[in-house]
Ligand binder design. Structure first.
Ligand code: HAX
Length: 432
């Protein structure tokens, strides 16, 4: 049995040795060419950074440390975190030790509650969550060690400390944001005898007589944990961390990116779209009505939330996993049924619309298939979590695991300050 800290400490020398060999043997090999279109197009597809916690294959989806996501769906989120950091699945004892460690770090200081209570009542839940994380920066072990003076080889140690502290408080803060923002009563305390995901479900305070909501939360926190290094939140966190800003700064920065509608906020927009659709047709619409509504959305110049992806070119396995959960636990729920039928209609609509776009000289839509955000909202809604502006907070609690594991690994690898070269449009005109 080894704690997460011990297991990773044992791996660090080998990791550094491997990097030294790679740098010597392959340091000058080329891995990418960059076109002008890519430089203007959000650097899409450019290989320019390293992420060892997970990869996203266009035709397979998320692969965590060599394991396709759906083969990991039985793991609890804290086990996923252990896997993200070390590349190894923890034993039962190792999981229990990590759970105890997180519980020991779960106390939320009073000033965090004071800040959250003082925020305007119409603050977005994501703004509240990120403000609370940032407010706790004064606790950073990384900053304290740095100020005292530490060697580069030690950076990962306080980064691990900060990461565990953030993960310890995050479910409580996130649940507290829900309770404060939506007038649900006092925050509920962390229960050290419960696992991390079930704790979050319990602290939200929603009735869960069957325990199925806790099951959904574990799955939800598992599925959203990481999505390689280039997405907006991971990339932002990586960049901020590369300046040796501590994990409180880096994770709240990354989560501010997750709050954008093209990224994590799509989570809230999807359910909004589905409910509008059901509202318009007075219940679950027919496929023909769905088609009409989808075209209306597109012709109004809007995107269909939950569909398309910057990397994926198939149905997101996370969507598939949530869909399986829905069929097992809530097959007759009308919102779930609607989401399930949308899946049979929207890809074809996007394909047709893409052809129209191309005929009009615009870019094609690269992926017609659902992403993670298309299906999760209906499941949350079924269990009474009906405040959809809150959904990105759930996503954030999970995605913090990916961002933090990447920070720990990067500090252990001695990853350099991020500083790509930009060029001006005039430079492109003259030189490209
Ligand atoms: N509906 C309508 N148009 C779409 C579309 C959709 N679902 N998906 C892509 N397009 C459009 C794009 O807006 C883009 O149009 P312009 O050239 O006019 O700007 C064109 O198709 C080409 O885009 P792309 O190459 O297919 O996709 P991008 O890599 O540029 O964007 C997005 C990927 C996920 C942002 C995009 O598919 C989208 O906006 N989807 C809807 C929002 C959404 O579901 N976001 C969540 C993604 C998952 C995630 O990160 N969660 O956190």
């Amino acid at each position: 049995m080894a704690t997460l800290q011990e297991r990773f400490a044992a791996q660090v020398p080998e990791l550094r040795k491997e990097l030294g060999i790679l740098a010597k043997e392959k340091g000058n090999n080329k891995i990418a060419d960059v076109t002008v279109k890519q430089a203007y197009g959000g650097m899409r597809g450019i290989k320019g950074m390293i992420c060892d916690t997970s990869v996203v294959e266009p035709d397979k989806g998320l692969i965590i440390r060599e394991h396709p996501l759906l083969t990991l769906k039985e793991l609890w989120p804290e086990e996923i975190f252990y896997l993200l950091v070390t590349g190894e699945k923890p034993t039962k004892e190792e999981t229990a030790a990590l759970q105890l460690d997180l519980a020991a770090r779960s106390h939320i200081p009073d000033y965090v509650w004071d800040i959250l209570e003082a925020m305007p009542p119409d603050s977005h839940p994501m703004c509240m969550l990120n403000t609370a994380i940032l407010a706790m920066e004064k606790e950073s072990a990384f900053r304290a060690w740095y100020d005292k003076g530490m060697t580069k080889s030690e950076y990962w140690i306080p980064m691990m400390e900060d990461s565990l502290r953030i993960l310890g408080v995050l479910p409580g803060i996130a649940a507290g944001v829900y309770r404060i923002r939506y007038g649900k009563g006092e925050p509920i305390d962390y229960l050290p005898t419960l696992d991390w995901g079930a704790n979050y479900a319990r602290m939200l305070g929603l009735p869960d007589p069957t325990g199925d909501f806790a099951k959904l939360m574990r799955l939800y926190l598992n599925f959203h944990c990481d999505h390689e290094g280039g997405n907006v939140s991971a990339n932002t966190c990586h960049t901020v961390g590369s300046a040796l800003s501590d994990a409180f700064y880096a994770v709240s920065a990354g989560l501010n990116g997750l709050a954008g509608p093209l990224h994590g906020l799509a989570n809230q927009e999807c359910l909004d779209w589905i409910l509008e659709l059901m509202d318009k047709f007075g219940g679950v619409p027919t496929p023909e009505q769905m088609r009409e509504f989808a075209f209306e959305t597109l012709r109004a110049g809007k995107v269909i939330p939950g569909y398309g992806h910057a990397v994926l070119r198939v149905t997101d396995p996370r969507y598939t996993g949530f869909n399986e959960f829905g069929h097992k636990y809530l097959p007759n729920d009308p919102v779930f049924k609607c989401v399930d039928t949308v899946f049979t209609v929207v890809p074809k609509v996007l394909e047709e619309f893409s052809a129209e776009r191309v005929a009009a000289g615009k870019n094609p839509i690269a992926n017609f298939w659902p992403n993670v955000d298309a299906g999760s909202g209906a499941l949350l809604y079924h269990y009474g979590l009906t405040e959809f502006p809150y959904y990105t907070v759930l996503f954030s609690v999970s995605r913090a695991m990916g961002m933090l594991s990447q920070l720990i690994v990067n500090r252990a690898m001695g990853t350099a300050l991020t500083r790509p070269k930009s060029v001006s449009t005039k430079w492109i005109q003259a030189n490209a």
